[in-house]
Ligand binder design. Structure first.
Ligand SMILES: [Ca+2]
Ligand SMILES: [Ca+2]
Length: 213
């Protein structure tokens, strides 16, 4: 069967919204550029220039300055992340992909059981980034494997990701599901998680977590 990506951008959407309220004090004691929402009495704001979030407000002695230091990824460029309060490229870096776990239907598409005499599958996962493979251990006789195994890959702007779940057998292994080889996007890196489902069935099947090494 085929895996499809089901979710990738929820936390980005949630983190895009600047805090509500606050005041519109222009340059309130700030030495930042342009119009901002920092003021000495309320420093818990974003800096806004021409409607765009451009940084966060920082208390500095008795004033409040508009800093170019970031708090959220959404304050950075489209291929960047907020790393130690600086916007830096998310690419050309080592990323850790954690194969968390999955669920497997009781029977194959053909209606047969995974192993002879009604046996449960013995699943493992192969994650491939730019042709480099990482293979998990095999979990014996389970429909809900948990691996929590980590693989490290260097991710570039044209990197691709492909995943496959197999059932280890004594002779020829069975394919449980695989995905197409697809671009590994900055949106997925920033989101920190990729969830796969069966094509046509919304239930989550395989979860990968992503973090900077
Ligand atoms: Ca089998
Ligand atoms: Ca088995």
């Amino acid at each position: 069967m085929k895996f499809i990506v089901t979710t990738f951008a929820l936390s980005i959407l949630l983190s895009c919204a600047p805090p509500m309220g606050g005041n519109s004090n222009n340059g309130g004691g700030g030495n930042g550029s342009g119009t901002n929402q920092c003021s000495p009495t309320d420093c818990n704001q974003f800096c806004v220039n021409d409607g765009m979030i451009s940084g966060s407000c920082e208390q500095s002695s008795d004033t409040c300055i508009c800093s170019d230091r970031c708090t959220f990824d959404s304050q950075c460029g489209i291929s960047e992340m907020c790393i130690d309060n600086d916007c830096e490229s998310a690419l050309n870096r080592d990323w850790v992909i954690t194969i968390v776990g999955g669920t497997i239907p009781e029977r194959r598409q053909s209606g047969e059981t995974w192993d002879a005499l009604g046996g449960a599958p013995d699943p493992y996962v192969v994650v491939t980034v730019d042709g480099e493979r990482c293979v998990t251990a095999t979990k014996n006789d389970t429909f809900s494997p948990r691996w929590n195994e980590e693989c490290t890959f260097t991710v570039f702007d044209d990197s691709t990701l492909q995943v496959k779940m197999g059932d280890e057998d004594a002779l020829e292994h069975d394919l449980i599901a695989n995905s197409n080889t697809e671009a590994l996007t900055v949106a997925q890196l920033r989101n920190g998680q990729i969830v796969y489902a069966w094509d046509g069935i919304p239930d989550p099947v395989l979860t990968l977590n992503l973090r900077l090494r």
